[in-house]
Design a protein around this ligand. Structure first.
Ligand code: NAD
Ligand code: UDX
Length: 463
């Protein structure tokens, strides 16, 4: 069999970009991305491709090329499942907010709903691909559900975790470091693996397509994110020590990164990592370790999260301390709200937690982010349930002009490393701020010498 029809359940940050690339690279395959969120699907189908719901550099061009040709976005989930030979599950797997494992385990209710829906609808054999990040051994739960449908349909379950990072999704998908596919060792399992390998082989060199058993594949994804986040927490831990000792974390990072055994990536000290994956996946790993009674393993990885929480909190504390121990009624301008540059995603962004701490001290926050709007910022703050929605509404304003955002501010805090922040007329910003004018650079993005020459009091992370 050569796959001719693919369905992907979940049109989010992973489903949308991944399927767009598959459609672009495999014009002979019909790719239908379905979602229960009608607004999201409508946005994917918006006649102006610049209005698709996810901002990723280069994505709108690819959607423009493939959409309507062999790439379709729809809310008709049953129809797409029925027509597809291969079904990717790319729904969200957030941290549980209730019941057993609350605050740690992955909430698999959306995954289970997908499995049940596939089981109910499928009339022909299907290959089901786990694209979502899942706890190790989830495939066996999916298999249990699918094998008990009574329709006599054969299912193969593959694990194919996604390693793209937001902001670089298109380049990551076009030239991945590797593609990982896990499947059963049976002949049928190996055949299913071969089908998926054949799809990726349209643009990914064969030696970068790695095949493993299902459990290794599932666990590798959690492990990769834990290792990446651990590097950020490690360098952030050193940043605090640098501040006390006169060392400079950028210099330390460069010095250790040149060691080929360590490598230079993911050593950028920051206000703390955010994003939808790192925290959720490490908590999930910690939970899994605990359920096997591996308490030392659990504690080891939990420390990565503890360090990250500390880094966010100490950034806010330092602002308060430096502004003479009070920010009450003071305007503090946030440059950036997204969890990293080149994305409109704000999930778990450090900005949310820093804002929350400053609002508790009655600061007046003004946000400028090139891709994030007022409603999203309010939703993020309200989700914490620290104070009433009215108070969040009155404590935070959003401007679409950066100079207006900084006008009459006591301090600026850089929360996201958007490139455009480096190109501003910083003299003009300084002239319109209250004095002394402070910059707290949570991304070590701006040039200290230039800013100090203008007159700013500039503080970075780790120096
Ligand atoms: P997302 O929230 O952006 O998208 C998930 C979509 O699935 C939502 O639009 C939701 O409406 C839809 N959905 C949920 N249940 C559904 C159902 N039963 N039927 C149809 N649609 C349904 O999430 P995301 O960021 O794309 O992440 C998806 C998965 O991929 C997660 O497991 C995540 O851990 C993993 N992942 C994410 C990234 C990333 O950078 N965001 C990277 C690698 C892996
Ligand atoms: C991550 C993984 O990198 C990706 O492989 C996985 O598939 C999904 O989760 P993402 O969360 O999109 O991707 O972005 P990433 O580039 O990993 O950054 C995560 C957070 O760490 C961001 O807040 C970023 O600013 C921060 N970070 C990253 C640092 O603070 N310092 C660094 O050196 C690198």
């Amino acid at each position: 069999m050569k796959i001719k029809s693919i369905c992907c359940i979940g049109a989010g940050y992973v489903g949308g970009p991944t399927m767009s690339i598959i459609a672009q690279k495999c014009p002979g395959i019909k790719v239908t991305v379905v979602d229960v969120n009608e607004k999201r699907i409508a946005a994917w189908n918006h006649p102006d491709v610049n209005n698709i719901p996810i901002y990723e550099p280069g994505l709108s061009e690819i959607v423009a090329e493939a959409r309507g040709r062999n790439l379709f976005f729809s809310t008709e989930v049953d129809k797409a499942i029925d027509e597809a030979e291969m079904i990717f599950i790319s729904v969200n797997t957030p941290t549980k907010t209730y019941g057993v494992g609350k605050g740690m385990a992955a909430d698999l209710k959306y995954i289970e709903l997908c499995a049940r829906q596939i089981a109910r609808v499928a009339k022909t054999d299907k290959i089901v691909v786990e694209k979502s990040t899942l706890p190790v051994r989830t495939a066996s739960a999916i298999r249990d559900i699918l094998d008990n449908t009574g329709n006599g349909v054969n299912f193969q379950i593959l694990s194919n975790p996604e390693f793209l990072a937001e902001g670089t999704a298109v380049e990551d998908l076009l030239a991945p470091d590797r593609v990982l596919i896990g499947g059963d060792s049976t002949a049928e399992g190996q055949e299913a693996i071969a089908e998926l390998v054949a799809i990726y082989a349209n643009w990914v060199p064969r030696d970068k397509i790695l095949t493993t058993n299902v459990w290794s594949s599932e666990l590798s994804k959690l492990t990769a994110n834990a290792f990446l986040a651990q590097r950020v927490s490690s360098i952030n831990a050193m940043s605090e020590l640098c501040e006390k000792t006169g060392a400079d974390v950028n210099e330390v990072a460069k010095a250790i990164g040149l060691d080929s055994r360590i490598g230079s990536k993911f050593l950028k000290a920051s206000v703390g990592f955010g994003g939808s994956c790192f925290q959720k996946d490490i908590l999930n790993l910690v939970y899994i370790a605990k359920t096997y009674g591996l308490n030392e393993v659990a504690d080891y990885w939990e420390q990565v999260i503890i360090m990250n929480d500390h880094q966010k909190r100490r950034f806010a504390k330092n602002i308060i301390k430096t502004l003479y121990n009070t920010v009450s009624g003071k305007k503090i301008t946030f440059l950036g709200w997204a969890f990293k540059k080149d994305t409109n995603d704000t999930r778990e962004s450090a900005a949310i937690y820093v804002a929350d701490d400053l609002l508790a001290e009655q600061a007046e926050i003004c946000v400028y982010d090139p891709k994030v709007e007022f409603e999203q910022i309010q939703t993020d703050l309200n989700y914490l349930e620290t104070r009433s929605e009215t108070l969040n509404g009155s404590g935070v304003q959003v401007k679409t002009d950066v100079y207006e955002a900084c006008h009459n501010a006591h301090a600026i805090a850089v929360l996201t490393e958007w490139d455009e922040f480096k190109t501003y007329d910083w003299q003009k910003i300084y002239d319109n701020m209250l004095k002394p004018a402070f910059v707290f650079d949570g991304r070590n993005l701006l040039d200290k010498t230039t800013l100090e020459k203008i007159g700013f009091i500039y503080q970075a992370i780790g120096s």
